[in-house]
Design a protein around this ligand. Sequence first.
Ligand code: ADP
Ligand code: MG
Length: 696
Amino acid sequence: MSTVPELFGSQVFNETVMKARLPKDTFKALMKTRKEGQPLVSDVANVVANAMKDWAVEKGCTHYTHWFQPMTGITAEKHDSFIYPVDGEKVIMEFSGKELVKGEPDASSFPSGGLRATFEARGYTAWDPTSDAFIKDDTLCIPTAFCSYGGEALDKKTPLLRAMNALNKQAMRILRLFGNTTAQRVNTTVGPEQEYFLIDRELYLNRRDLVYTGRTLFGAEPPKGQEMEDHYFGVIKPRVKAFMKDLNEELWKLGILAKTEHNEVAPAQHELAPIFTGTNIAADHNQLTMEIMKKVAAKHGMACLLHEKPFDGVNGSGKHNNWSMATDTGVNLLDPGDSPRENAQFLLFLVAVLEAVDEHQDLLRISVASAGNDHRLGANEAPPAIISIFLGDELTAVLDSIEQGKHYAQKDKEVLTVGVDELPPLSKDATDRNRTSPFAFTGNRFEFRSLGSTVSIACPNMMLNTIVADVLEKYADRLEKAKDFTKELNVIIHDAYHDHKRIVFNGDGYTDEWIAEAKKRGLLNLPSTADALPYYTRPENVKLFEHHGVLAKDEVFSRRDIQLENYAKQLHIEALTMVDMIYKDILPAAGKYMKDLSEEVATKTSVCAGISAEFEKDTLKELSALSDSLYKETKTLQKAIAGEGKGSVQEQAEYARNALFTQMEKTRKVADQIEPKVGKTYWPYPTYGDLLFSVL
Ligand code: ADP
Ligand code: MG
């Protein structure tokens, strides 16, 4: 393989391969399943399985796996070889339709948030034929959904697929009302921009905090940070360039449309953006991208950090979720277009998103809530924990004029009456200047920017699709009943904007004034995961998910519990790691340095009586006091750890936030004061400077 087009998709059992390798009827039946969700009959499954196996074996595969996305947030796989014994002594390579369509991994060791208690431990994986099988590490991977024996979703993908269907159903109703007879399906499209850090692998392995928790729990500020702003879009260093080249090739082989790469704001921070695809494919691809980033980094002697906040004091990493809705005929429903009919339809979809985001701020906040992301949201670098929408001045002015029934300044029309008028052309540049908004309209899509770098994009998009579907349903109900379509359309757009414009904020989201203003507007501000999660199970939310067939009541509760548990567990591990590092490394290092300093004072004064040894004595005093203080804070932290595990999952999460997290911050502060005072050869870990400027 040499050229990129040859490389692209070479490890994917995609439509081209299917067409070439499957009998015509089988291919047709499979396409029907893919496009219309028809169940796959076993004869067809057998033929497909056999063709897949032959293809995979030719490419060196010995194993297959059902590849799924349990609630751990990462992917899971259990490998089986294709071997099948014949004649007592020989084997052949076999793969049946049954094995392709359904797997039965033991579900009991995956998080189920209580669903396991009421149902059998057995779970099963079911092939998602809309996502292509692919080869990774000589194994044929079959993308699947993962359910409990009773059919409850135990994964991130099933609810996403359900939500995509919900949105399709309602958006299609709207399109039909606008006279569109050609589109058969509306899909949501997503392009996730992935941020990450690259550091030297040797140094990484010397930091147990990074290895155990993904972030540094200690680290004094280095002499140089990101203040020079010399990294963003800077020249990519040769070692990083080599990594990116390898990474792109691996991603292309898997049919992932890796497109844009650049240095990010913080030193050692980078970004990769693929070209957007359908949402469930984008979710699969993003999981694969994160996994492959780590693998390729290791091959290049580096570690790829995907944590939201690996380093205190420098920018953390996010994942911008560019989202839109598009027909199967290729029309982007959030493209303003240039004819009146398209404008009106665009404005309706636009206000639907506005209304959905305003009505369901809680769900969007929940969809990005994690221990790691709590460090970003609300810090001065990522969008705040308050959800608001940036529309840009032009679009806001258009909607304002509609609301007020007034003249829109740029046009010589009296009133923009939506159904018949033409929108003034929106300049694309004007819509993308704001970088602080959590949810920004960027010309022909929305960019949901609150996602942390580690998070699976499945949940945020499941939420987005569900809430927008819900609003579209209301609109479709009204429009279908309306006697005068245009009039009703105008009323809907007018009212939606009027009632929900509090969610629009075009200013700087990083300021304290915005926090006060948002409070005045009645917008939710849920700073931590523990604050956000209780909203998940509000009766209206349960009703929403049930109504659209996205999550059953049990599934909502289980998801809330899993997220809370994960949060408490993450903080628990961080606290234990902190204690471990203090006793095993930091205090002993400070002790050794103090001992050497004391000996130096003793030696100096014995050689030369009356010598001052000011530096040694001062440092000794300071370090001794700081060591005592660190010891005291650590004991308090240990007490906090001992108090864990009481009450409901919600109470445990709150405890983790209030008792553990707060005490960890205090403890760290002292350790970070010790670090600069201890001689370099004594300090047990690579410093921030070492880590951030390690890859040259
Ligand atoms: P920026 O950093 O300026 O926001 P990037 O080029 O890094 O832009 O990323 C933009 C992302 O948005 C890409 O993944 C791109 O494919 C995606 N995108 C563009 N149009 C759409 C769309 N209609 N729906 C979803 N994603 C889109
Ligand atoms: Mg970008």
